[in-house]
Design a protein around this ligand. Structure first.
Ligand code: ADP
Length: 502
C-alpha cells in the first residue's frame, strides 16, 4: 500500500477533516437511496462529540428492498454466472480502488470510530487489501470431486454459492470486519446485504460504491444502514436470506440463532467475542520481549478487539516483576491523543455509552476488592471518550472482570503456581476465541496448545498470522471461521450429482 499517508501531518488530516461529509443513504441496486420512512440517525465523532453526518436509519421495508435487489441479482446470475476469472478481476479492481482511496477511507474510519489514523493506514487497510486479494485469487483454486463409482455411474460433487447472504458487522474494525465477510462471500458468487454497525458505518458505504465502480454488477452488494434491533433484526429474520454472517456480541449472536429458527433456518455464522488468556510460564526465554508483545495484545485499538488478550496469567515467581515491566512498557507505548495525529497510539473508545460501560466494569472490580496497578479512569477531557490503559491486580477467578468481556483497554493479571492451574484458569470461561502461551520449551508449548480451549493459539507471540490462519472461536466465542480458503467454502453448499450411465 502507498505510504504517502504516513507523511501527512496532523494539520493535513485536520484540514481534510474540516470538509463536510454529506448525508449517507442506504446502497441498494447500485445507488444511494434514503430510508423509505425518511428517518436518519446521527454519526458522532467520539474524539470530540461532534456530528460527522446524518445517516439513513433503515427499517424492515428498507431491508425488504435490499434483499429483493440482491435476490434479483442472484436469480438472473449477473454475478454467479460470470467466469471465476471475471469475478477475480472485479475483486482485484475493487482492491485497487480501495488502495487508491486509502486516505479518504482512513480519514472516515478515524472520524467515525476514533481509531488512530496511523493504525488505519498501517494495520486495518493493508489487511483489508490482503483479504480482498486473497479471496479474489481463491476463486479458481477450489475443486469439486469425482468420486469412485461403478462404471455405469458417474458422481460429481460441486460447490455452489448460497444465494443472498446477510452480513451484520461491528464497529471496532468497521471496514476490516465487513471485508472478512464480504470478500469470501462475494468471491463465492453470492449476493449480499450488509448491515454495518450504526456507530461507524461510513467506510462500509464507500466500500459498496467502490465495488460498483470496480465493475461489480449493481444489486450484488447492497447495504442497509440502521440500528441492530430494527434493520439488523429484519435482515436476520428475512425468509429470502440464506445465511447470516456476524461478528459482534454473544448476546446478539444468540438472538440471531433464534431468528433463524423463527424464520427459515438460515445458516448462522457467528464470531462473538472472547476473554483471551495469555499464559506466561516460568521458563519463558525473554520476559521483556514477552511483555512488549503482551501489551499490544490488550491495548491496541484501545482493547476494542474480540481476541484481546485481557487475562494475563503469570507464574507466581515473576508476578511482581511482570506487573512492574508491563506498566512501564504500556506507559512508553501508548500516547492518548487526537486520533488524527499520526503520533497518537491510543484513541478514544468508539462511543460515549461504551466508555461508560467500560468505566462501570472497572469500578465494579474495585468494589469487589481488586485494585488498579495502572489506569482505572477516563483521560483527556470530557468531550472525548478515552479510557486510560488499565491493569487490574488482585482479581479472583469468579469476578465479573475476569469472566466477562470488557472490550476496552482493561487487563487483569492473576498468578498461578502450576501448569495445570494455569490451564484450569485459562479454560474457566464461556469464551474460547484465542489464547497465547509464552515458554521456551517446545514440549510444554505443544502440550498446552492441545489443552487450551480456543480456536486460535499463539506461542511466543500474540495476534500474529496471515490469510491462511482460520480465525474463530470455540464455545460461546462462535461457530465459524473467517479468513483461510475454508471461509470461502462456508459461503457455498455442496451439490451431489449422480449420473446413471447405463
Ligand atoms: P456491540 O455491543 O459491541 O455494539 P452488538 O452485538 O450489539 O455489539 O452489535 C454488532 C452488530 O449487531 C451491529 O451491527 C448491531 O447493529 C447488530 N445488532 C445488534 N442487535 C441486533 C439484533 N437484535 N438483531 C440483529 N443485529 C443486531
Amino acid at each position: 500500500m502507498s505510504t504517502a499517508g504516513q507523511t501527512r501531518t496532523r494539520e493535513d488530516w485536520a484540514r481534510a477533516a474540516a470538509q463536510p461529509v454529506p448525508a449517507q443513504g442506504h446502497f441498494i441496486g447500485g445507488r444511494s437511496v434514503p430510508s423509505r420512512s425518511g428517518q436518519t440517525m446521527p454519526c458522532i465523532n467520539p474524539a470530540n462529540g461532534q456530528l460527522i453526518a446524518q445517516v439513513a436509519r433503515g427499517q424492515a421495508e428498507d431491508v425488504d428492498a435490499a434483499v429483493a435487489s440482491a435476490k434479483a441479482a442472484w436469480r438472473d446470475g449477473r454475478w454467479r454466472l460470470q467466469s471465476p476469472r471475471q469475478r477475480t478481476a472485479v475483486l482485484q479492481r475493487w482492491a485497487d480502488l480501495i488502495e487508491q482511496h486509502a486516505h479518504e477511507l482512513a480519514l472516515l474510519e478515524t472520524l467515525d470510530m476514533g481509531k488512530p489514523i496511523s493504525d488505519v493506514l498501517n494495520i486495518d487497510l493493508p489487511e483489508v487489501l490482503r483479504t480482498v486479494r486473497y479471496f479474489a485469487e481463491c476463486i479458481d483454486k477450489l475443486d469439486g470431486a469425482v468420486t469412485h463409482t461403478a462404471p455405469e455411474a458417474m458422481h460429481l460433487i460441486t460447490h455452489e454459492p448460497l444465494g443472498v447472504v446477510g452480513a451484520i458487522t461491528p464497529w471496532n474494525y468497521p471496514m476490516l470486519m465487513a471485508i472478512w465477510k464480504l470478500a469470501p462471500c462475494l468471491a463465492a458468487g453470492n449476493c449480499v446485504v450488509l448491515k454495518p454497525a450504526e456507530q461507524a458505518p461510513l467506510t462500509c458505504v464507500r466500500l459498496a460504491q467502490l465495488f460498483v465502480d470496480a465493475g461489480g454488477p449493481e444489486g450484488v452488494f447492497n447495504l442497509v444502514n440502521g440500528v441492530g434491533a430494527e434493520a439488523g433484526q429484519a435482515l436476520a429474520l428475512h425468509p429470502d436470506v440464506a445465511k447470516v454472517t456476524f461478528t459482534g456480541s454473544t448476546a446478539v449472536g444468540k438472538l440471531l440463532m433464534a431468528y433463524a429458527g423463527q424464520s427459515n433456518l438460515k445458516r448462522v455464522a457467528l464470531e462473538t467475542g472472547g476473554k483471551s488468556p495469555q499464559i506466561f510460564m516460568p521458563d519463558l526465554y525473554d520476559l521483556d520481549a514477552a511483555v512488549d508483545r503482551a501489551v499490544g495484545g490488550i491495548y491496541d485499538n484501545a482493547g476494542q478487539v474480540c481476541n484481546a488478550g485481557s487475562r494475563l496469567l503469570v507464574h507466581r515467581s515473576m508476578h511482581d516483576t511482570f506487573v512492574e515491566r508491563f506498566v512501564a512498557r504500556t506507559q512508553q507505548t501508548y500516547r492518548p491523543g487526537d486520533p488524527l495525529d499520526p503520533a497518537t497510539t491510543l484513541g478514544p473508545l468508539a462511543s460515549r455509552g461504551h466508555q461508560a460501560a467500560v468505566l462501570k466494569r472497572i469500578a465494579q472490580a474495585q468494589a469487589e476488592g481488586a485494585r488498579c496497578a495502572m489506569g482505572g479512569g477516563s483521560t483527556l477531557g470530557e468531550e472525548a471518550t478515552f479510557v486510560a490503559p488499565t491493569l487490574i491486580v488482585g482479581a479472583t477467578q469468579s469476578m465479573a472482570i475476569v469472566q466477562e468481556e470488557v472490550f476496552g483497554p482493561v487487563a487483569t493479571v492473576q498468578a498461578f503456581d502450576t501448569e495445570a492451574q494455569a490451564l484450569q484458569m485459562a479454560n474457566d470461561s464461556i469464551y474460547g476465541l484465542a489464547a497465547s502461551v509464552w515458554t521456551s520449551d517446545l514440549k510444554t508449548a505443544h502440550r498446552m496448545v492441545g489443552a487450551l480451549e480456543a480456536g486460535v493459539v499463539w506461542v511466543n507471540c500474540f495476534g500474529d498470522g496471515d490469510m491462511t490462519q482460520p480465525f474463530g472461536g470455540y464455545k460461546q466465542s462462535g461457530n465459524s471461521r473467517d479468513k483461510h480458503i475454508d471461509s470461502l467454502l462456508s459461503y457455498m453448499q455442496s451439490k451431489s450429482a449422480w449420473f446413471n450411465l447405463v
